[in-house]
Design a binder for this molecule. Structure first.
Ligand SMILES: [Zn+2]
Ligand SMILES: [Zn+2]
Ligand SMILES: [Zn+2]
Length: 254
């Protein structure tokens, strides 16, 4: 399995507009963070988690030629606003499976109303094959490629984390319910929300994120959805062995 970080930044991206802080002014490419998304390649399948605000730029950067599915965590703008940019892939390969929970589907149909309105037909619309996911209901995207949606809590909003065999991607959460804790055991790679060092109402921060790492004991952990409070080089010293700040372009294999 191969996981590529397409974006590791919080909702504003880093650098943040109009900010001159040490991170935003940094020359280190690891301090430049597009909005969060990962690409997973396994068993001949290529899937993406979320179509971020920066999806077009991310797809061009890695030379993306094909996608088999898009998995949605939730419908905050930073995670879904790139959806219209799947159209060039539709033009080449046809409709694309879009996996989301029931709550996210309500938002997708509202935000992208035009996609579902036949009156708009002919304007080059995203072509989507809708699939509804449910926490704990595993499905296969190919031979030996199991995907398990798991529920995590983002402030008050239930959000979907995804487990891919022995990898898992869990962003935008402040709490992991007991059933999901069980679903995240025995991982090779855990990608986990960790916004910054200071506490936050709807995201994990360093201390809370490290508590979950201690409880879940994945072989390797990568923190994502990072704000400009974190400077990669300087703040890597804060992390124990086996835990790293993710950065855009980082590739992790098993
Ligand atoms: Zn987010
Ligand atoms: Zn800044
Ligand atoms: Zn969010």
């Amino acid at each position: 399995m191969k996981l590529t970080f397409l974006g590791t930044g919080t909702s504003t991206g880093v650098p943040s507009i109009a900010c001159n802080c040490e991170t935003c002014a940094s020359d280190d490419p690891r301090d430049k963070r597009l909005r969060v998304s990962v690409l997973i390649e396994h068993a001949g399948q290529t899937v993406i988690v979320d179509t971020s605000t920066d999806f077009r730029q991310q797809a061009l950067k890695i030379g993306l030629k094909h996608l088999d599915a898009v998995l949605v965590t939730h419908c905050h703008a930073d995670h879904i606003f790139g959806l219209d940019d799947i159209r060039p892939l539709n033009f080449r390969h046809g409709a694309l499976g879009l996996y989301a929970n029931e709550r996210a589907w309500v938002d997708i149909r509202r935000i992208f109303k035009y996609v579902f309105e036949p009156t708009h037909f002919g304007g080059g619309l995203p072509q989507i094959v809708p699939h509804t996911v449910m926490p704990g209901a595993t499905f296969c995207l190919g031979r030996d490629f199991e995907v398990t949606p798991l529920e995590v809590i983002h402030g008050r909003l239930p959000v979907i984390a995804y487990r891919f065999n022995y990898f898992a991607y869990a962003t935008d959460l402040s709490e992991i319910p007991p059933a999901t804790i069980e679903g995240l055991r025995g991982l090779q790679v855990l990608v986990l929300d960790c916004l910054r060092i200071r506490p936050h109402q709807t995201h994990l921060w360093l201390e809370r994120a490290l508590e979950y790492v201690t409880e879940l004991r994945p072989r390797r952990t990568f923190f994502t959805h990072i704000t400009h409070d974190i400077k990669h080089e300087r703040d890597s010293k804060l992390l124990p062995e086996g835990v790293e700040w993710a950065y855009d372009g980082l590739v992790v294999t098993d």
